[in-house]
Design a protein around this ligand. Structure first.
Ligand code: ADP
Ligand code: ZN
Ligand code: ZN
Length: 725
């Protein structure tokens, strides 16, 4: 009998649950192979995988041979490697897909780790001698003068001289100048003075920096209470210990303003990591973190996959924000994964928010997180005064009451700025026939199309379909088609007419698809009086010191939603948007325009703030058996025909069977039963005990892809769904 052959067990980015065995490539292997990338043949294709373990196989097994090693040493190692394996188990997703989600594009595709140092130019000894004899006014002379005293970073040269590379090449050819790799930026921060912390802030910083090993904190501070100052002070201490800090912020919170504040205060390079960077830039930040060169990384959701060999502190700002949950592919939650990583790293993790998620508050109440409170606004800023405006039986014009218009006029007369918040982009949510009741539907979704362009265009916010608005009703030929309801475009139109002397800026996803567009719009407004109209994009991130009035229009839809998280989201939005008002010395006001002035949610929020609301909400969740008192997993299925989707989920339900401590609901139609032409159904699994839920998923998840019913269905498994859609 032949001796067994050594093999490699490899995770590949394919939707199959298992690892794949290959024979090692020809030639020398890295000293440590686990965590190294490797190129392998897979069917007719080639794929990049990661070696998970070494194995052995019977020579008769006729395994294919891997093609090439892609790393001289493990790309994934230590804590990150183990945490990613944990994530694959927890999301019940193939490890190969988790790894490819975690890696920036170029690394996922097998490219080498990018260079991370900057390049600069300096004069040679000859260059220093002959600089004066170069032809006056020539480009080489210009460049030589620029390099006269020191090495200069290429970025700096580029900022001073167009087309400098030709001049540089000419100097280099004559041996007068040379290109040199610059030393990495200094690791020690030289922090610049910030405000003196108030006692609550100082106490929070003290608690965080005194922590030994894993220590989760909830930094629960009202808007404007100086949470960012606490982060900054904690980061400064972390840097002083020679350690790295990672700060997560929501997608719309990572503004140039935020970065400038971190850079300005820390006095050290701050690496940004977000969707506005291209793949190569993202790979460079990842590599810089992996080499320990990046000391402070501020990034959005996927920055949680940053390697941190010298980690000292993790921060998740606005931890309640739903953009931390990835909604497709590997459905991870960056906040929850941050807790897992901090535990594995043995370091503190700070979750900050003015409106903590129910899950987070529950953990704090249970004593799993240290609960740090900042109850007052920092500096001189006063909390805004909140008023409920009862608009029942009042005439509304384009959704605005006369009282609101007067209030806006008054604040503008005082030279201040006003924010009008409406969480609905477009002109109006529905196009309605006044004669027969027809509403313009999306042909591919069970949802009305949103009216845009002052009534001329229709757009589906679910599948993106667009069309011109019909001139006459397709059902009864009436011409009485009317946009029904209010969106930000309609508010903008009305306000621009009512206040022709001041700028009216609309800020929503339609106007700020480019990352810096919002920044530019706000810069143009500056300190002059004006009106901002927008969706929740406006609810965070920006300090607007001249903003003294926030008007919230049309929250009533949110009060009666069937989604069990709707009230939590609404409360968070209201508090966050209200927190925009009066961040500077001028006191702020918040007006809530509603047809339900007595609604308990509004009363609790206005009279007590977020915490009484949260206490009531947690009681209701407990009574109803919803998260955080239950743990959910949602299987979604989509197919051209609803029978196929249901057949798949029925098969899954049969696999699940009857289990103690577990309830299964469905198959049932998704809250939106048809989207982009697909019929959508779902199966919800719920358990009061997380281990019971995961035991079932451990058993069922690897079998799903192989079910015959899976062939005609697109399906996904979402553990801890934040959104039941
Ligand atoms: P948060 O992150 O809680 O919304 P910030 O950290 O952005 O609050 O602080 C709000 C404002 O108050 C900022 O302009 C900040 O510079 C200022 N600030 C924070 N802490 C203090 C303090 N201790 N003294 C004076 N001003 C402060
Ligand atoms: Zn009609
Ligand atoms: Zn649609």
């Amino acid at each position: 009998m032949d001796a067994p052959l050594p093999t490699l067990r490899i995770a590949l980015p394919v939707p199959l649950p298992q690892l794949f065995d290959y024979l090692p490539p020809e030639g020398p292997a890295p000293d440590v192979v686990v965590g190294c990338r490797i190129r392998v043949p897979f069917g007719p294709r080639e794929l990049v995988g990661v070696v998970v373990e070494q194995g052995s196989a019977d020579p008769a097994a006729s395994l294919r041979q891997a093609l090439t090693w892609l790393d001289p040493a493990p790309l994934l190692q230590a804590e990150l490697w183990h945490s990613l394996q944990w994530l694959a188990r927890y999301t019940h997703a193939p490890l190969g897909e988790v790894l490819s989600t975690a890696l920036p594009g170029p690394l996922r595709h097998g490219e080498p780790m990018p260079e991370t140092h900057h390049w600069g130019w300096q004069l040679s000894a000859d260059g220093r001698e002959q600089r004066g004899s170069l032809r006056a006014g020539s480009r080489p002379r210009q460049l030589a003068e620029l390099l006269a005293d020191a090495v200069v970073d290429e970025d700096v040269i580029a900022a001073r001289m167009d087309d400098w590379r030709t001049a540089a090449r000419s100097l280099a050819k004559r041996g007068l100048a040379e290109r040199v790799a610059l030393a990495v930026a200094p690791l020690q921060a030289s922090p610049l003075g910030g405000p003196t912390l108030n006692p609550e802030q100082a106490n929070a910083v003290q608690a965080i920096t005194a922590a030994q090993g894993f220590a989760p904190f909830l930094l629960d501070g009202v808007t404007g209470s100086g949470k960012t100052e606490v982060y900054l002070q904690a980061i400064i201490q972390c840097l002083a210990q020679g350690r790295q800090a990672l700060v997560l912020v929501p997608e719309i919170g990572l503004t140039p303003q935020t970065l400038a504040r971190f850079r300005g205060r820390l006095g050290i390079a701050v690496h940004a990591f977000h969707s506005g960077l291209n793949d190569n830039e993202r790979a460079r930040v990842w590599a810089a973190a992996s080499r320990g060169e990046a000391r402070v990384i501020v990034g959005t959701r996927s920055a949680i996959f940053m390697p941190l060999p010298e980690a000292g502190l993790l921060i998740v700002d606005e931890e309640h924000d739903n953009s931390y949950k990835q909604q497709d592919g590997i459905r991870y939650h960056a906040r929850d994964f941050a807790l897992v990583r901090a535990k594995a790293l043995g370091i503190p993790v700070v979750l900050g928010s003015a409106t903590p998620a129910m899950e987070t508050l529950h953990n704090a109440h249970a004593g799993r997180f240290t609960h740090l409170r900042l109850k007052v606004r920092a500096g001189d800023a006063m909390p805004p005064r909140v008023r409920i405006l009862d608009v029942r039986k009042r005439p509304l014009r384009d959704g605005l009451s006369p009282q609101v218009l007067e209030g806006i006029a008054e604040h503008l007369r005082n030279g201040q700025q006003v924010l009008v918040f409406k969480n609905r982009r477009g002109y109006a949510p529905v196009l309605l026939c006044h004669d027969c009741g027809w509403t313009a539907p999306c042909q591919r979704c069970d949802a009305p199309m949103t009216v845009h362009g002052a009534g001329r265009r229709l757009q589906c916010h679910h599948c993106g379909a667009r069309q011109a608005a019909p001139l006459a009703c397709p059902a009864c030929a009436s011409l009485a088609l009317q946009p029904q309801g209010i969106g930000t475009e309609r508010l903008e139109e009305h306000l621009a007419q009512a206040f022709p002397d001041v700028p009216v800026l609309r800020i929503d996803r339609s106007t700020t698809s480019r990352r810096d567009a919002l920044e530019q719009q706000l810069a143009r407004l500056g300190d002059q009086p004006g009106i901002l109209v927008g969706t929740q994009i406006l609810a965070k991130g920006h300090d607007l010191p001249k903003l003294t009035l926030v008007v919230v229009v049309g929250i009533d839809e949110g009060l009666f939603s069937s989604d069990f998280r709707a009230t939590e989201k609404l409360a968070q939005q209201l508090i966050q948007v209200a927190g925009r008002a009066g961040r500077a010395r001028d006191p702020g006001e918040v007006w809530l325009q509603t047809h339900h002035p007595g609604h308990p949610l509004l009363e609790t929020l206005v009279n007590g703030g977020y915490h009484p609301f949260a206490a009531a909400e947690l009681n209701q969740r407990q009574a109803a058996g919803f998260p955080p008192f239950a743990h959910l997993a949602l299987l979604r299925a989509e197919a051209q025909q609803v029978e196929h989707a249901n057949a798949f989920l029925l098969a899954v339900r049969a696999l699940v069977g009857e289990q103690p401590h577990l309830e299964a609901f469905g198959p049932m139609p998704a809250p939106m039963p048809r989207r982009a032409g697909y019929q959508r159904t779902q199966l919800l699994l719920s358990s009061a005990q997380r281990p019971a839920l995961h035991a079932v998923l451990d058993h069922v998840a690897p079998l799903l892809q192989g079910l015959p019913e899976a062939r005609k269905v697109r399906w996904s498994l979402d553990v801890d769904p934040v959104d039941l859609y």
